[in-house]
Design a protein around this ligand. Structure first.
Ligand SMILES: [Zn+2]
Ligand SMILES: [Zn+2]
Length: 312
């Protein structure tokens, strides 16, 4: 099959690799019909280079059709259409039963001190081949895959794998009071969805900040009060403008959906370049530190594409 493989820093290529096969009774193999390319993949492109091995297959946001199931997978059948979440979890251990599947004790990568294994995400998370490929082996398929309705391919479902849950979780953590306000920083896929989720869940006012015209227009069309970063001379001015709209107090909550590798983040670039220069041992512990986007998956039940906080 063909797959997107990591070959080195800033070197990603489509290569022909062996087709995946069932290895455990709890495995399934799916034929991938659509798959996302995540902001988190940018970490692998540069920051997490020391933890990658040439030939690693990338991707953690796939959906597809079940081609084969192991004997232990009873709820899935060949031909089912499924979305596969980022984390690999058993559904049955103490962590899973306590709603912390990213800490699944069955798949935890204890040798690296990490949480549950993840698709396509370095040896820190189990070096599991990812979903930017024609076929994907899905471990723990008795629990992970989510069946979606039959019918023509509909790319909306692929957002269930990582993007929509991340945005949902950010809004959950932000804990916006009914009718209250939230400022969403960054209106890429996660920020845009966080705005929509906040509206659906009862936020009274949603402020969105970005510096890309198309994103601002898209959010504005859905009732988000948008702020174009380019039209302010300083961050202070932007903060003042939002404060003015909220009786001088600021919004009830803020969601940071920008990410440290964002356009224009000179500090992040400096940290990344510096960490890539460090010896392996020293640069090793850094993926959950300042060079990552949002909070590490080892402490949070959702993925690490966004962070949220009550502002007061
Ligand atoms: Zn992702
Ligand atoms: Zn588990």
């Amino acid at each position: 099959m063909k797959a997107v493989t990591w070959q080195g820093k800033r070197d990603v290529r489509v290569e022909t690799v062996p087709d995946p096969v069932i290895q455990e009774p709890t495995d399934a193999v799916i034929r991938v019909t659509s798959t996302g390319l995540c902001g988190s993949d940018l970490h692998l492109y540069e920051v997490l280079t020391p933890f990658m091995t040439p030939g690693d297959i990338l991707g953690h946001e796939p959906m597809g059709i079940v081609e084969e199931v192991g004997a232990g997978v009873i709820d899935l059948s060949v031909g089912d259409r499924v979305v596969v979440p980022f984390q690999i979890a058993c559904g049955d251990c103490w962590m899973c039963l306590n709603s912390l599947p990213t800490q699944c004790e069955t798949t935890q990568v204890t040798a690296e001190g990490m949480g549950a294994a993840l698709f396509g995400y370095t040896r820190l998370y189990g070096a599991v081949p990812g979903g930017q490929a024609e076929y994907l082996r899905v471990p723990q398929a008795q629990y992970g895959p989510i069946k979606v309705p039959e019918g023509p391919p509909d790319d909306r479902f692929v957002y269930l794998s990582d993007v929509l849950p991340t945005a949902w979780q950010a809004v959950e953590y932000a804990d916006i009071p009914e009718g209250g306000s939230v400022a969403v920083l960054g209106l890429g896929p996660i920020g845009d969805m966080a705005c929509r989720v906040a509206q659906v869940r009862g936020a009274g006012r949603v402020f969105g900040v970005d510096l890309v015209g198309d994103r601002l227009r898209r959010a504005r069309a859905r009732g988000v009060e948008t702020y174009d970063l380019r039209s302010f001379d300083s961050e202070k001015e932007l903060v003042a403008a939002i404060r003015d709209e909220t009786d001088g107090r600021g919004p009830d909550a803020v969601i940071d959906a920008v990410g440290t590798e964002a356009h224009g983040s000179a500090t992040a670039r400096l940290i990344q370049n510096a960490s890539a220069l460090l010896p392996r041992k020293i640069s090793g512990p850094s993926p959950n530190g300042s060079a990552s986007t949002g909070s590490p998956p080892s402490t949070r039940p959702s993925s690490w594409c966004a962070a949220a906080a009550r502002s007061r």
